[in-house]
Design a protein around this ligand. Structure first.
Ligand SMILES: [Zn+2]
Length: 367
């Protein structure tokens, strides 16, 4: 103890107490003495409400529930058995046949919705298979709807799973994705999905004007009741890596076409642009907004929550799922606890809905 500290303590001594500097028991006595802590704490003690699990449960602000979950499913055409995705342990590409059982499982688990992604074997420049009423997109929607009528069928609307160059729309003369042509195409894709039985369409291409284009197309074809969940703030993130494996839509294999999506997806550096982009989707008629990816963009979700009254979804993407799963396999984390904590962070930041590859596991844990 320094001289200064001893002096300070001495000044706190009650009159009848011995001087700690001249008494061997002095310091110990002094540390035990009540007056040392008298008036040192405020009346408020946060630990009162943390003392046991019953009280902790009473004051819990957020909770992950099965009804929050949306389960993303990959469906690959022309395969006989499901294909495991190496970088995403526990996730497979379903066949069109195994999709039926998967949908029944989802329904039995009480998961309210799925998000379907096609893995096409019929790719071309425009992704035309997805605009064909007999194409993979239409077939998987109708198969899923028939297999599990109680599950809300959401479908990802984009072209990257269906184009041979892997971009989210046709490429123009400058080697970039043609915005307005993509909007025309995605409007058609939306109508095909709605005709096949989609309950929610979810455009993910980040093209300007795509929400109003889709809304108009759905309304004039009699699908006024089909809501749009806009991938409103979707960032050009490296965390999509495992998804690209899963959906077979990697870039960089075609000459003179960029190996990135930075000319349409958001810059990870930009929060204000993300909010502007998301609010523009609201103005265009989106019924729900989504932030994607999840954990690296919690600030965007929390900011957006303050700016809009629309329901908000967040997508815990493939790289986030892989980080948790692979860390658990390496013994560094407990899968269940780490997953539940990460999902809880989405609720805390303002999410109403969570897309996660762990949805079936979570539903089982919550049983
Ligand atoms: Zn895309």
């Amino acid at each position: 103890m320094t001289d200064k500290t001893s002096e300070k303590l001495k000044s706190l001594l009650p009159d009848n107490m011995s001087d700690p500097l001249n008494d061997s028991k002095g310091h110990a006595e002094l540390m035990k003495h009540k007056r040392l802590t008298e008036n040192a704490f405020p009346h408020v003690r946060m630990r009162r409400l943390r003392q046991n699990s019953a009280i902790r449960d009473m004051v819990k602000e957020n909770q992950v529930q099965v009804s929050d979950l949306i389960y993303p499913i990959f469906v690959e055409e022309d395969i006989d058995t499901p294909v495991a995705i190496k970088s995403m342990p526990g996730v497979v590409r379903e066949t069109e046949k195994t999709l039926v059982n998967k949908m029944k499982e989802v329904q039995d688990l009480g998961i309210p919705s799925v998000m379907l992604f096609g893995v096409s074997h019929n790719k071309d420049h425009d992704g035309s298979d997805s605009m064909n009423p007999n194409g993979l997109l239409a077939r998987m929607v109708s198969t899923a709807k028939q297999a599990a009528p109680d599950v809300v069928i959401s479908v990802d609307l984009c072209f990257c799973e269906y184009t041979d160059h892997g971009h989210c729309g046709p490429i123009n003369g400058h080697g970039d994705v043609d915005n307005d042509k993509t909007v025309e195409n995605i409007a058609m894709q939306a109508v095909i999905a709605a005709e096949a039985g989609a309950d929610i369409v979810a455009p993910s291409g980040m093209m300007d004007g795509q929400v109003s284009g889709i809304r108009h197309a759905l309304d004039v074809t009699g699908f006024t009741h089909v809501p749009i969940m806009a991938y409103a703030a979707k960032f050009a993130s490296v965390f999509y890596g495992p998804f690209r494996d899963a959906a077979g839509c990697s870039l960089g294999h075609v000459k003179n076409v960029p190996a990135h999506r930075k000319s349409y997806q958001l810059d990870p550096a930009n929060a204000r642009a993300a909010i502007r982009d998301a609010l523009m989707d609201e103005q265009e008629g989106a019924d729900m907004l989504m932030v994607k990816p999840g954990m690296p963009y919690l600030d965007i979700l929390a900011k957006l929550r303050e700016k809009t009254e629309l329901p908000l979804a967040i997508y815990q993407i493939s790289g986030e799922y892989a980080m948790i799963r692979l860390a658990a396999e390496a013994g560094a984390l407990d899968y269940q606890s780490a997953m539940m904590e990460s999902l809880l962070s989405f609720k805390r930041a303002g999410a109403d809905m969570i897309l996660t590859y762990s949805a079936c596991d979570v539903a089982n844990w919550l049983k």
